[in-house]
Design a protein around this ligand. Structure first.
Ligand code: KIV
Length: 289
């Protein structure tokens, strides 16, 4: 049974930290599930770490449905949340219900995430009324990167902090069960966490949020040229994988791989008959059964 919205709300009440991480494919979703994550977010960050775009803006709804379905097939225990990509919900709340409905039905996820504050609260209300659980996302909202003028810390002035608190309260009031707080001062994240019933999930927002989320590729050190301040690299997979692939390339180039142990076995009498009929080259390298 996957973690539910009720479980997440109870975790907030009990002050049990909520562990969330992004996932985009079956293999890593299964590994994150076995590692104990409570929530897998199929983030539109896949536009950058999987598809190689500079921003998340080009990601389409169909692409989100494709990746979300793959992650949902792997997830036994964690809740699966799918991001609604740029321009799949901003046009109108009808568009949002239609996009979220497609993700829920076609990918079998448990909830959707939308970027935005007060201005999308009516949409959040429509979605939750339609039975679609919603995670909000405020602070640094990558879909608005052009409007924000870059990937910068948000909520640093009193006015900006007040606006973010109002955003969080509006989303909470509209029925969001969780809110991602991205790249805002820890003191502001703590104030928001104390004021809302929704669970706050921080990324670059300090330790006092109800939970934490990280981008899988940052935690695993998979992207060597990206090193955001909020991320901790638990392993340098870019180095490990690079070195393993280098060994593979060398061994194939030098005919050291495959060895006899990697080939299908052949009975000795068949090998002999093969050599007799087709020449000794036919059985070259075959291992015996
Ligand atoms: O798209 C994403 O991965 C996200 C997380 C960084 C919260 O929105």
């Amino acid at each position: 049974m996957r973690t539910s919205t009720v479980n997440i709300r109870n975790m907030k009440r009990r002050r049990d930290p909520i562990v969330a991480i992004t996932a985009y494919d079956y293999t890593f979703a299964q590994l994150a599930d076995r590692a104990g994550a409570h929530m897998l977010l199929v983030g539109d960050s896949l536009g950058m770490v999987v598809q190689g775009h500079d921003t998340t803006l080009p990601v389409t709804l169909d692409e989100m449905i494709y990746h979300s379905g793959i992650v949902a097939r792997a997830a036994q225990n964690p809740m699966v949340v799918a991001d609604l990509p740029f321009m799949s919900f901003q046009v109108s709340s009808d568009q949002a219900v239609s996009s979220a409905g497609r993700v829920m039905k076609e990918a079998l996820v448990d909830a959707v995430k939308l970027e935005g504050g007060e201005q999308i609260a009516p949409t959040v209300r429509r979605l939750t009324a339609a039975g679609i659980p919603v995670v909000g996302h405020i602070g640094l909202t990558p879909q608005s990167v052009h409007q924000l003028g870059g990937y910068k810390v948000q909520g640093k002035t009193m006015e900006a902090a007040r606006r973010l608190i109002a955003d969080a309260e509006a989303l909470d009031e509209a029925g969001a069960f969780a809110i991602v707080l991205e790249t805002i001062p820890a003191q502001l994240a703590r104030a928001i966490t104390e004021r809302v019933a929704a669970a706050t999930i921080g990324i670059g927002a300090g330790v006092d949020c109800d939970g934490q989320i990280q981008v899988l590729h940052d935690v695993l050190g998979l992207v060597s040229d990206l090193n955001p301040r909020h991320a901790k690299k638990y392993v340098d997979l870019a180095q490990i994988v690079g070195s393993a692939l280098g060994s593979y390339c060398s061994e194939v180039s030098e005919r050291k791989f495959p060895g006899p142990e990697h080939a299908a076995p052949l009975k000795a009498e068949v090998e002999e008959a093969l050599a007799e009929e087709f020449g000794s080259g036919a059985a070259l390298g075959a291992s015996h059964e």
